[in-house]
Design a protein around this ligand. Structure first.
Ligand code: GRF
Length: 209
């Protein structure tokens, strides 16, 4: 898992792996910010916590090459971005094609990039949410897998809205990972597939009954 900050999504995976709710062995947590609290969460759970400060490398490609080497040393089946605030080079993304997911706090394709909660409020949206998607070279633009919605309330500010979204993040990301690990979700030719059928729009989360 790659993080840059607080790591509350990481924690949701740690907790599910520990309780057996998700069959996941988190091999390592790598952060580009040496002070990321996510590293402390990892260490407290007995998971390898690795800091690779991007500022120590002259180019994005140089950082990404070192990052990929460290990741490959753990031979992971999948790579999860959880609040990882670095844009990744095309070469890096292609190396993990179909095996790398991201969680983004908006109803993509709305609001790729930063400040999603503020932007949703400024646009007067009545709904906001979160998307789990395959990572491709297009920033926050890879095929979407699951999407969770929350209402925007009249008295929301960016932080109350972010908290409502984050609560869904902690449930939706493990669910997407379960689908990937079970082989139900796949990436092929720029599209996501569920049980062999192309997913042209993301699955709603929680599932509609
Ligand atoms: C989450 O909102 C995630 O969607 C975004 O960055 C935030 C990370 O939060 N990409 P945390 O570090 O998991 O608490």
């Amino acid at each position: 898992m790659l993080v840059s900050g607080g790591g509350s999504n990481l924690q949701s995976f740690i907790d599910r792996a520990a309780s057996g709710a998700l069959d996941l062995d988190i091999r390592a947590v790598i952060a580009n910010e040496p002070t990321a609290f996510g590293l402390e969460r990892a260490a407290a759970a007995g998971i390898d916590a690795v800091a690779i400060d991007h500022r120590a490398y002259p180019t994005r490609e140089a950082f990404d090459a070192v990052l990929a080497d460290r990741i490959d040393g753990y031979s992971p089946d999948i790579v999860l971005l959880a609040g990882f605030m670095r844009i990744l080079s095309d070469a890096f993304v292609r190396r993990y094609e179909g095996r790398i997911l991201n969680i983004h706090p908006s109803l993509l394709p709305r609001y790729p990039g930063l400040d999603t909660h503020r932007r949703a409020l400024e646009a007067g949206d009545s709904e906001h949410g979160v998307t789990v998607h395959f990572v491709t070279p297009k920033l926050d633009g890879g095929p979407r897998i699951l999407q969770g919605r929350v209402p925007v309330l009249a008295d929301d500010d960016a932080s109350t809205l972010a908290a409502r979204v984050l609560a869904v993040e902690h449930r939706i990301y493990p669910e997407a990972v379960r689908l990937l690990l079970d082989g139900r979700i796949e990436y092929r030719d720029g599209h996501a597939y569920l049980d062999g059928g192309r997913l042209d729009s993301p699955l709603p989360f929680p599932a509609e009954s």
